[in-house]
Design a protein around this ligand. Structure first.
Ligand SMILES: N[C@@H](CCC(=O)N[C@@H](CS)C(=O)NCC(=O)O)C(=O)O
Length: 210
């Protein structure tokens, strides 16, 4: 399996899931500005939207969109227990994947990564985010994970919460979210993915500044 990723982007969730499953994969870094891999491959030929994550399965199928990619990894490595098999719990997993993707990732954080969006609009996105973050904080109060055990939804949520680092917002305002983030950061799969992507991110920044 190939995972197309960019350091500290939402594709880190898939790296975490792969490490949880102790799975072998080829990690192919994409420069999201040029839409080329570091090896020079045209990434738009892989995903015409130019977005990570994208995976190419061992059968050659390309799959995009975090919820689909993450559930593919969970299905491919069932022994890792990264997703409930079915029923209401599986729907709950999808609920949290969609919440993270739409209500947090796109609604609150994406504006911060777009230099063309004025600061006022960024602040407004965060103000609107208070309701979502309050809801998440209530859900996480007294819970270790989004579901009863660690799932791919936690991998995605951690990855998105990590972007608080580059915003002016203090995560401590939501104590249960802050504790969840701090706890997950210690989890071996997460700590490994974080350390590796931190080094890759620094290298990407250095290349940009040459
Ligand atoms: N809906 C997509 C969103 C993916 C996405 O926004 N990826 C970002 C990185 S976190 C990206 O590739 N941005 C570059 C771009 O949109 O051109 C998904 O769930 O996979």
């Amino acid at each position: 399996m190939d995972l197309y990723f960019s350091p500290f982007a939402c594709s880190m969730a898939s790296r975490i899931a792969l490490y949880e499953a102790d799975a072998q994969a080829r990690f192919i870094e994409v420069d999201l500005r040029t839409k080329r891999t570091l090896g020079g491959e045209d990434f738009l030929a892989v995903n015409p939207l130019g977005q990570v994550p994208a995976i190419r399965t061992d059968d050659g199928d390309v799959l995009t969109q975090n919820p689909a990619v993450l559930q593919y990894i969970a299905e491919r490595y069932p022994a890792a227990g990264l997703a409930p098999q079915g029923g209401m719990e599986r729907l709950r997993l999808q609920q949290w994947l969609c919440f993270t993707g739409t209500e947090l990732h796109k609604a609150i954080f994406s504006p911060f990564f777009d230099p063309s969006i004025p600061d006022e609009a960024k602040s407004r996105a965060f103000e609107k985010g208070n309701l979502r973050l309050g809801y998440l904080n209530s859900h996480l109060t007294g819970r270790e994970f989004l579901l009863d055990t660690f799932s791919v939804a936690d991998a995605y949520l951690f990855t998105v919460l990590n972007w608080f680092m580059v915003t002016p917002v203090d995560l401590k305002k939501w104590p249960a979210i802050h504790d969840y983030y701090t706890r997950l950061k210690e989890r071996p799969s997460v700590a490994r993915a974080f350390a590796e992507e931190q080094a890759l991110y620094a290298a990407a920044q250095a290349r940009r500044n040459v």
